[in-house]
Design a protein. Structure first.
Length: 153
């Protein structure tokens, strides 16, 4: 019988703790969950990501620094400020005309800038339209292969 009282006491204790915790959170104003946008696709290789983040490869040492740097990284613009209006937009919600705006920017920037443009969209929290994801991946991968063949020649 004593163990039953102990068990009920534990349940009551955790129930009270949960209620108090929720009350404290509400007093601090933390009543809404943070919305997170779906990130744009990242078409860079692991080595490019490490190079771009300035990572030395000693992940235990510089992982913390690269996380801090990620918060400070500023997006690069490619004369595409008009795309900022798609901030937090779902990648499946673009109209054909809106997709054409992305396509126009993508095909007017230099080939070597295309991966940086995709990264810029990520930093600006602009999702690449679903209609273009395969197209962008295919072109960027082709560019990488060409670059690798030229560097080995």
């Amino acid at each position: 019988m004593t163990s039953l009282y102990i068990f009920i006491g534990i349940i009551v204790f955790f129930g009270v703790a949960l209620i108090v915790s929720n009350h404290i959170q509400r007093k601090k104003g933390n009543t809404q969950e943070r919305e997170t946008a779906k990130p744009a696709i990242d078409v860079r290789t692991k080595q490019e990501k490490e190079r771009d983040s300035g990572c030395c490869g000693a992940h235990e040492v510089c992982e913390k620094d690269s996380l801090i740097a990620a918060f400070k990284e500023e997006p690069e613009y490619f004369d595409d400020e008009e795309l900022d209006r798609f901030h937090y937009r779902d990648s499946g919600s673009y109209s054909d005309n809106e997709v054409e705006e992305f396509r126009e920017v993508f095909y007017t920037i230099l080939d070597e800038e295309k991966p940086r443009w995709v990264r810029s969209l990520q930093l600006r929290e602009i999702a690449v339209p679903n209609q273009m994801k395969d197209e962008i991946l295919m072109i960027v991968n082709d560019l990488r292969e060409q670059k690798m063949h030229h560097s080995h020649a």
